[in-house]
Ligand binder design. Structure first.
Ligand code: MD6
Ligand code: FE
Length: 207
């Protein structure tokens, strides 16, 4: 485990190949119940380049009119989000030791040309809880900045099976995905293979 910036801890290859395949099956099942959808930027209405879905009692989404928010239901099917798989609840306990379980798990699916602009995760009422991130599939160039958008930043490579715990002084730091790296060596594990190049999960407390 290494601390990338104060409060952000990276666990390289936290999940081995078998663990990654198990997680890929769980996520494929979430996507069957809650199909991937496209969120849009507030105000501009421009589509985001990642496709997303959620599990948990609340799911993150964004559209032109109402902006970034958590909702209990899928925006297209109207169904409640499926529950967070037990495997992920166990990893949350192990890596965060936070006394309450996560309420939201955002599933972001990247094609090989998708990226995510620098942002803060600040749509939650609880900033004491850390955010736990897990990655599958292609490597990406992940960038960490400071509390202000103009602060200097550092980039690291996140790989399949890596976990990242983002808490304390890092909780409100800007971060983003510069790009997905070309990877013939790390395709998404079988049940997710057709869905994209990289999947990132973020587990959060919301309320
Ligand atoms: C990604 N992750 O890795 C995007 N946010 O694809 C995030 O935006 C993120 O990894 C908060 C905490 C950890 C993260
Ligand atoms: Fe984020």
């Amino acid at each position: 485990m290494t601390e990338i910036i104060p409060g952000a801890f990276r666990y390289p290859a936290f999940l081995n190949a078998a663990g990654q395949e198990r997680l890929a099956r769980e996520i494929a099942s979430v996507i069957e119940q809650a199909p991937l959808f496209v969120s849009h930027m507030p105000k501009s209405g421009l589509p985001m380049s990642v496709r997303m879905t959620n599990c948990g009692s609340l799911g993150w989404m964004s559209d032109k009119d109402k902006g970034y928010r958590y909702e209990p239901r899928h925006p297209e099917t109207g169904a409640l989000w499926p529950p967070i798989p037990q495997m992920l609840l166990d990893i949350w306990e192990e890596l965060t030791a936070y006394p309450k379980p996560p309420e939201a798990c955002l599933v972001n699916v990247y094609s090989d040309d998708a990226k995510m602009g620098m942002h803060q995760d600040r749509d939650e009422a609880d900033f004491d809880a850390p955010i736990l991130s897990l990655s599958l599939g292609a490597d990406c160039r992940f960038r960490f900045g400071g509390r202000k958008r103009a602060d200097k930043s550092v980039a690291v490579t996140l790989s399949s099976g890596d976990a990242l715990v983002f808490g304390g002084p890092a909780r409100l730091c800007f971060h983003g995905v510069d790009r997905v790296l070309p990877s013939m060596l790390a395709p998404l594990p079988p049940p997710l293979a057709g869905q994209g190049a990289r999947v990132n999960l973020t587990l959060r407390r919301v309320t």
